[in-house]
Design a protein around this ligand. Structure first.
Ligand code: FAD
Length: 392
């Protein structure tokens, strides 16, 4: 069976795919999203959105709704996981918002995903579930997307936004996800059920040897989001079963009281082994471009994976507009090549910086003492390491 041609075929309906679909639909392209799952959805945990993403959401007319369902924290605080002492903080209101021309927002993933989904639906994006895509073929002036059920869809261009374990990435590069040996546990609970006193107007990260713990309020301050991340000894020993709840408890056993009390309310039936991939300098193959985690999965230490997917969408839409001839017909190969030139070096830098930031968080011994000394003497208004990330 063959379907009518659409301009843009988006493979994957996560935050990255929906952001790209909406960005291109705003520019009046015919857009169709093919999602493998039976329903569009996201896991119910928190997501930090830095100004490089919130500026784009504002341009798309979606920021107010994201802020209305989320929280605008006052501070980002780093504490030592062993002592609980504050090491440094950054005010993320006032000067920060002016400097980066956008707020720092924390949102429930399901809320952001729903807002993007509704924006796509309302603007006329075709949204299809149960569409598992196997491959994309470039055929002269178009693409053919092959589904696992034998169906094909035709379009002018395909966006591979199918996540960390992307099927479509194989058309661009032959590589595998890199296992960091760390695992994340998440959990949300009503804020008033928290086991320890919570700084409700802050995003707090406790950093320590081989572990860190994150806590911040969501949904107008009603919900508490927690993330506990640690290096698995069982993984290091090469054991197939690793990152278990027993390892979670052992990894945080000598942490400060706040963490050990808070740890009881983590979800223990699910965990997220943490992978990224090596940066690539190509994101395109024929008329296919990879975006979001399919192109640049990263460790979450900079809280930038979804932010970068939103940047991808924004840049692609801008490049499509720049490479449009009369009648709106886009020179897609030129638009994809230009997007790759802009995005590949930037996302590579973010991926590498995320790895480095994680190493700094997780050091032990003398390195930890030196880090703590440097952090405690840092001036909170020192933005020199952030301008490249939030300021573009
Ligand atoms: C613990 C943790 C905390 C994080 N915190 C933050 C944060 O605070 N801020 C931030 O910006 N980022 C954060 N991230 C990263 C962020 O979650 C991801 O970068 C982002 O969700 C990626 O979105 P995506 O749409 O590219 O991929 P995904 O969310 O993986 O979506 C891919 C979609 O494609 C579909 N799909 C897959 N294969 C196919 C196929 N063959 N055919 C059709 N559909 C397919 C999937 O079903 C899925 O819906 C965090 C990540 C983790 C693990």
């Amino acid at each position: 069976m063959s379907d009518d041609a659409t301009d843009v075929l988006v493979v994957g309906g996560g935050i990255g795919g929906l952001a790209a679909a909406f960005a291109l639909r705003r520019a009046r392209h015919q857009v169709r999203v093919l999602e493998q799952a039976a329903e569009f959805g996201e896991v119910g945990a928190g997501l930090q959105l830095a100004p490089n993403a919130t500026r784009v959401l504002r341009e798309w007319g979606l920021l107010d709704e994201v802020v209305a369902t989320g929280v605008l924290p006052r501070r980002l605080v780093l504490r030592d996981a062993l002592t609980g002492d504050e090491l440094t903080h950054m005010d993320v209101r006032g000067d920060f918002e002016r400097r980066y021309r956008g707020p720092y927002v924390v949102a429930h993933r399901t809320d952001l995903h729903r807002i993007l989904l509704e924006a796509c639906r309302d603007s006329g994006v075709l949204l299809e579930t149960n569409r598992h895509v196997l491959r994309v073929e470039t055929t002269g002036d178009g693409v053919v997307v092959h589904g696992a059920d034998g169906t094909i869809c035709r379009g002018a261009v395909a966006l591979g936004v199918d996540g960390l374990n992307s099927t479509l990435r194989r058309a661009v590069v032959d590589d595998e996800p890199v296992n960091s040996g760390y695992v994340a546990y998440r959990g949300t609970l009503p804020l008033d059920a928290a086991a320890a006193d919570v700084e409700a107007d802050a995003m707090v990260i406790w950093i320590g040897p081989g572990r860190h713990f994150v806590q911040y309020a969501l949904r107008r301050g009603e919900v508490l989001n927690q993330v506990a991340v640690f290096r698995s000894p069982a993984f290091a020993r090469g054991e197939p079963e690793w990152g278990t709840p027993d390892e979670l408890d052992a990894a945080f056993a000598d942490s400060c009281d706040h963490i050990t009390k808070s740890l009881v309310s983590m979800w223990r039936d699910r965990r997220w082994p943490m992978y990224d991939r090596e940066p690539i300098d190509r994101m395109t193959g024929g008329r296919l471009i990879l975006l979001g985690d399919a192109a640049h999965p990263m460790l979450q230490y900079l809280a930038q994976g979804a932010c970068q997917a939103i940047e991808d969408a924004h840049v692609l839409a801008a490049q499509a507009a720049r490479h449009a001839a009369g009648g709106g017909r886009v020179d897609w190969p030129a638009a994809l090549a230009a997007t790759e030139r802009v995005r590949a070096p930037r996302v590579a830098r973010v991926q590498n910086a995320a790895r480095l930031w994680g190493e700094i968080w997780h050091v032990d011994g003398v390195a930890r003492l030196i880090r703590n000394e440097l952090f405690t003497t840092r001036v909170p208004q020192d933005y020199r390491y952030l301008d490249w990330l939030y300021g573009v």
